[in-house]
Design a protein. Structure first.
Ligand SMILES: Nc1ncnc2c1ncn2[C@@H]1O[C@H](COP(=O)(O)OP(=O)(O)OP(=O)(O)O)[C@@H](O)[C@H]1O
Ligand SMILES: [Mg+2]
Length: 258
């Protein structure tokens, strides 16, 4: 069985890709078969954080140049990776049919992963929402800033009202302390519960950290250094909580039949 987990946010630049890459690597380092899909089409950059330059991307699959198998690159620690590609315009303007083709193709893989993490673009555009609704679990990344709260609330509202997604995992990124992060979550939950009948689960926090910034500049994912620091522990803790997020029953097509 494959657990598909989409990572999204209301506002851009809150750390989705950083979290998707490090949590995926953390799972792979625990010998869990893991596939990371960069579905931030048009803005795909997970390969930059991984420090790799894959030969093929989803674009090759969509245009029929290549099978999905060929588009899957094996990176460090046996993490499997599907790049969203660089050729901006082609994938930004995918039709519904093309998005469905991508989603349905994963079920044909001979070797299905245990986890599939999906880095989804920010906001509630149709392109992102299709991927969210097709995942089992949805994580929304927020920071302590009011703008991030408001945009995350809007995204959750659209996901719930238009796509029947009612369970969300929440990660607080760039946290000042674990306590502050939990308080931020409690505040966000109480605002959301006033207006929407959704279930939010606190999945964890990542500290605001120069080490995280440096890892992006050096294109070496932080967890791959296997150090015992707070940041590595925070990513690993999140990886161990993924299965406790409730799955959604949206009625949309899913990546895997299971
Ligand atoms: N925990 C953190 N501590 C400090 N800086 C961070 C942290 N997480 C992310 N950043 C900074 O935020 C920037 C944006 O991160 P990232 O690219 O992961 O966000 P994103 O949500 O994927 O953005 P986009 O919406 O553009 O896809 C990074 O370049 C990094 O400098
Ligand atoms: Mg990103």
């Amino acid at each position: 069985m494959t657990n598909t987990i989409a990572i999204t946010s209301g506002k851009g630049g809150v750390g989705k890709t950083t979290i998707a890459v490090n949590v995926a690597l953390s799972l792979a380092m625990q010998n869990k078969e893991t596939l990371l899909l960069d579905a931030d089409l048009g803005m795909a950059n997970a390969h930059i954080l991984l420090g790799i330059n894959p030969k093929f991307s989803l674009e090759d699959f969509v245009t029929g140049n290549s099978s999905l198998d060929k588009v899957i690159t094996t990176t460090k620690n046996n993490l499997k990776f599907v790049s969203g590609g660089n050729a901006i315009n082609n994938l930004l303007n995918l039709s519904d049919l093309e998005r469905h083709k991508i989603i349905k193709s994963f079920n044909d893989l001979k070797k299905k992963p245990e986890y599939m993490l999906i880095d989804v673009g920010a906001g509630a555009e149709a392109s992102s929402m299709t991927f969210l609704a097709s995942a089992d679990k949805v994580i929304v990344v927020i920071t302590g800033e009011p703008t991030s709260f408001i945009d995350a609330y809007t995204l959750i509202k659209t996901s719930f009202l238009d796509y029947k997604i009612n369970n969300f995992g929440i990660i607080i990124n760039m946290a000042l302390s674990p306590l502050q992060a939990k308080l931020n979550f409690d505040k966000f939950q109480s605002i959301t519960h006033k207006f929407l009948d959704v279930n939010l689960k606190y999945v964890g926090q990542i500290p605001n950290s120069q080490k995280v910034k440096n890892s992006i500049i050096s294109r070496t994912a932080l967890v791959s250094s296997r150090s015992n620091d707070l940041e590595t522990k925070a990513f690993s803790e999140i990886s161990s909580k993924l299965l406790s997020i409730e799955s959604n029953n949206t009625g949309s097509i899913k990546f895997f039949d299971n």
